[in-house]
Write a protein that binds this ligand. Structure first.
Ligand code: PXL
Length: 275
């Protein structure tokens, strides 16, 4: 028997607590081997006023070829921030090569927030993200990403649970049967995560603490992936991810950490070790 192993296809950002710099420690703490596959290397993430961005696309095929030649196996594959259509195609090839019957794929369709796509995003990239969605077992969009994947406009009011269920059902026709719409600001005091699991829906409500923080999605998706790989249900994994991120956000606020410095997750990281 070997330990479980998860490929993390995402960027490496030095300062700012996002992507692999967050996902690898969380996955490792959850006793799963983390295997980074960088899509880009950045000094800080793109929410900072300045950053150095080194696209890794041209290295990715050779990097991945080593794993093909070694016949490596992965129990989980997680994808996040992707920079170009070409990169999405490389990721789809990776999934086609490494997804076995028991391998689960989590796609975090990192594209934007608050109704706007990130600066590095354009319509072409958003369209190729739709192709990637077809390979996901678990999909973790926020509301902006959910409507973008469905080619719908950002809603003027927060959608009802029935509307969210209908949108998730539409998206599930493309492949993913477990969808969590993250960070829905239902009112001034609460954030809702809406779950769709093979046609069944549920919600996880959490107190809203301070303004939105960058990297929250990366903390949430890695705890979900780790929990699911450790044989928890999708609902249990989302609940743990929500509670953990909420605790980290409260601590980050207490320290008056700037929102773009991300979640001070190190404080509570060890608590994930027994989940
Ligand atoms: O956490 C999302 C994310 C990941 N990677 C990079 C980003 C962002 C969000 O801005 O800029 C490089």
């Amino acid at each position: 028997m070997r330990q479980k192993r998860m490929a993390l296809i995402n960027d490496i950002t030095g300062f700012g607590r996002c992507s692999i710099a967050v996902m690898a420690p969380i996955i490792s703490t959850m006793r799963i081997q983390a295997v980074p596959i960088p899509t880009a290397i950045l000094s800080t993430h793109t929410q900072f006023p300045i950053y150095h961005f080194d696209d890794y696309t041209k290295h990715m095929p050779d990097y991945i070829q080593t794993y093909k030649d070694l016949n490596l196996e992965f129990d989980g594959i997680g994808t996040g921030f992707l920079g170009s259509k070409e990169q999405v195609e490389i990721v789809i090839d990776f999934i086609q090569s490494f997804k076995r019957k028991e391998t689960f794929v989590l796609v975090d369709p990192v594209m934007g927030d608050h109704g706007h796509l990130y600066a590095t995003y354009n319509q072409e990239l958003a369209n190729s993200m739709k192709d990637l969605v077809a390979y996901a077992d678990i999909l973790t969009p926020n509301l902006t990403e959910l409507v973008t994947l469905l080619d719908r406009p950002y809603p003027e009011t927060i959608p009802s649970e029935n509307e969210l269920a209908e949108m998730c059902a539409s998206l599930s026709l493309k492949g993913p049967q477990m969808i969590v719409v993250t960070g829905i600001p239902v009112d001034d005091k609460h954030i809702m995560n809406f779950l769709y699991d093979h046609g069944e829906t549920s919600t996880v409500l959490v107190d809203r603490i301070g303004p939105d923080r960058s990297g929250t999605g990366d903390v949430v998706s890695s705890v979900i992936a780790g929990g699911y790989l450790n044989n928890h249900t999708f609902y249990e994994s989302v609940k743990k991810a929500t509670e953990f991120s909420s605790k980290c956000i409260a601590y980050s606020e207490e320290l008056e950490t700037p929102t773009y410095y991300g979640l001070c997750f190190e404080q509570y990281l060890s608590e994930l070790g027994d989940f």
